[in-house]
Ligand binder design. Structure first.
Ligand code: PLP
Length: 380
């Protein structure tokens, strides 16, 4: 089976893990520090604070920024549930904004209206949390000016965007923090793990405080200043992460080939996410007729090609349920199918996936509603 994602170990991962084991160091030690230092450099950030998941990195950011009940944080309606959960953990309220039909990132033209609606509902908008979905950047320039105008902070969910650049800058350059995940299916993977990058010393300090059960590294032992969390990264995760990071250029090179081959071989009439050159090649997705999507996925699996659907809109999930489902998010969620994208794939694998896709559909007919949407966007 060609898996939809798969970790690939190209460097010193096993050596570093064996070294940590030989030293009897399982909890935060030398590798955690080395990984943090290397990751900060990789993102051109002053500080990198490791933690045990991307979700924890987002939660630590919300804690450090003081999100509290009654606060509203604007985010795209299409993301993984962790983006919304991080705000809810603090009692804050995620406000869902529709996505751009080309980049699938937050639609900046819808933000003013969402801010107004949040205020009318009695909420206090405090920040915007854009997501670089599948490694494609949100419009950070426009987000930056909206944030400045309304005195909001920006935090970037870069869980899927290791190494992505926006106008030559890494995530975090325009915002308070950028939050990464090292979950097993990510571009750099260590099983479970996360990292928060920031240029703000106070935020880095607070993130460390909340990460370590409310005890700052500079505090006396067992002195806990606040109710904190155990969000520490293990030494073994850091050992794997450091090994992955050292081979980043090769991971990128291999993923680029996969995505370029998809772009070249897949029928140009099949709509897909617009991917600028500096995107991180986490996942390649195409849009098929919604009523055929699950059938196509099943048939592909029979041919040995694993896929995954695009996430459901956050506002359709029980903990974050809203009556209004933003239409572009709905459409892309129901029509989107992610094809295998990882550094272990050969060009022959890519060709096999594309040939399989051709042989099982997608059928050339679209529902009237989908066709209407495509005509409106000039895709038909
Ligand atoms: C967009 C997004 N945000 C946050 C997360 C959370 O990361 P983790 O699974 O490491 O907690 C993920 C993970 O898949 C993600 O895709």
């Amino acid at each position: 089976v060609i898996r939809v994602s798969q970790p690939v170990f190209l460097g010193n991962e096993a050596t570093y893990v064996a070294d940590a084991l030989a030293k009897g160091q399982l909890s935060q030690g030398e590798y955690v520090l080395r990984f943090e230092e290397a990751f900060a450099k990789f993102c051109s950030a002053k500080y990198a604070v490791s933690c045990n998941s991307g979700t924890a990195a987002l939660h630590l950011s919300m804690l450090a920024l003081g999100v509290k009940p009654g606060d509203a944080v604007l985010m795209p309606a299409l993301s993984y549930v962790a983006t919304a959960n991080a705000v809810a953990y603090c009692g804050g309220y995620p406000v869902f904004v529709d996505i751009d039909s080309k980049t699938w990132a937050i639609d900046v033209s819808k933000i003013e209206e969402a801010l107004l609606n949040a205020k009318v509902s009695g909420l206090k908008p405090v920040g915007i949390l854009p997501v670089h979905l599948f490694g494609v950047s949100a419009d950070m320039h426009e987000l930056n000016s909206i944030a400045k105008k309304h005195d909001l902070w920006l935090v970037e969910d870069a869980a899927q965007a290791h190494g992505m650049l926006y106008r030559g800058c890494a995530p975090g350059s325009f915002s308070k923090t950028a939050c990464y995940s090292f979950y097993a299916n990510k571009i750099l993977a260590c099983g479970e793990g996360g990292m928060l990058t920031t240029d703000d010393e106070l935020i880095a300090d607070l993130a460390q405080l909340y990460r370590g059960q409310g005890q700052h590294p500079a505090d006396a032992r067992y002195f806990h200043r606040v109710v904190g969390y155990n969000y520490r990264m293990t030494e073994l995760s850091a050992a794997i992460g450091l090994g992955q990071l050292e081979c980043y250029p090769e991971h990128v090179r291999r993923r680029k080939i996969v995505v370029e081959e998809y772009q070249r071989l897949i029928d140009e009439n099949l709509p897909r996410q617009e991917r600028p050159q500096d995107s991180a090649d986490w996942m390649f997705a195409v849009l098929v007729p919604s009523e055929d999507r699950d059938d196509i996925a099943e048939k592909l699996l029979i041919r040995g090609v694993e896929t995954r659907p695009v996430f459901p809109p956050l506002s359709t999930l029980p903990p974050h349920l809203e009556r209004f489902v933003p239409p572009v998010s709905y459409e892309i969620s129901h029509r989107g199918i992610c094809l295998p994208t990882h550094a272990g794939m050969s060009e022959i694998d890519v060709r096999y996936v594309v040939d399989s896709l051709k042989s099982v559909g997608p059928s050339p007919y679209y529902t009237a509603v989908e066709r209407f949407g495509m005509v409106a966007r000039g895709e038909w």
